[in-house]
Write a protein that binds this ligand. Structure first.
Ligand code: IMP
Ligand code: MG
Length: 197
């Protein structure tokens, strides 16, 4: 059985090019990107390279969820840049209920940025509880648990060079259920690239 790949390297490159261009166009005077650790790490790393010709600063924020589905999270690592008066874009891997983002937005908004927007690789609009707008969206996702390209289950699968769709019940039961399958697909892809095929 092979897992459907939602976003492969070509689709990722295309959406990064599009979003990078949009962010550059909207922020001619520069922008501060705030990546939400750890999930946004890969997306942010590729996104900065896709933003042409404007000053870009990068910082990170890390949060820990201490009550599942309550939206009550705690900042475990804060941004170092003073964002007062700055144009800030929060960079997220996926926005689901919007609870995480609404907490983060409120925390960062309190520091007086000039503008505050959101870039998310994936946006599961149908699951939204808090109406958090995503200005720069990779793709809208209907349903299905996703893994890879920063997205994880118990810290596995972040290093896959694509976003794959998994079965949440299956992965909960056996957290490494897709290891051979997805890492195998990744190895095939890498060797094809290396061989020029
Ligand atoms: P929200 O607070 O419900 O919007 O949840 C957003 C966070 O939940 C994301 O930043 C992810 O860390 C995590 N998450 C939501 N859906 C998925 C998924 O399908 N795969 C992996 N992580 C997910
Ligand atoms: Mg996240």
């Amino acid at each position: 059985m092979s897992r459907p790949i939602l976003l492969g390297p070509e689709a990722l490159a295309a959406l990064l090019h599009r979003i990078g261009g949009e962010i550059a166009r909207d922020h001619p005077d520069g922008v501060v990107l705030v990546g939400v650790l750890k999930g946004a790490l890969l997306f942010l790393a590729d996104l900065v390279r896709a933003i042409p010709d404007i000053p870009v600063e990068v910082d990170f924020i890390a949060i820990s969820r201490f009550a599942p589905d309550s939206g009550r999270v705690r900042i475990t690592q804060d941004v170092q840049i003073d964002i007062a008066g700055r144009d800030v874009v929060i960079v997220e891997d996926i926005v689901d209920t919007g609870l995480t983002l609404s907490y983060l937005s409120a925390q960062l908004a309190a520091r007086g940025p000039r503008t505050l927007d959101v870039a998310a690789l994936l946006d599961r609009v149908s699951r939204r509880i808090v109406p958090e707008p995503v200005r720069y969206r990779g793709v809208e996702l209907d349903d299905g648990f996703v893994l890879g390209y920063g997205l994880h289950y118990r810290d596995l699968y972040r290093n896959l060079p694509f976003v794959a769709v998994g079965d949440l019940d299956e992965v909960r039961e056996r957290p490494d259920v897709y290891v051979s399958e997805l890492y195998g697909a990744s190895a095939t892809w890498r060797s094809e690239r290396a061989g020029g095929g």
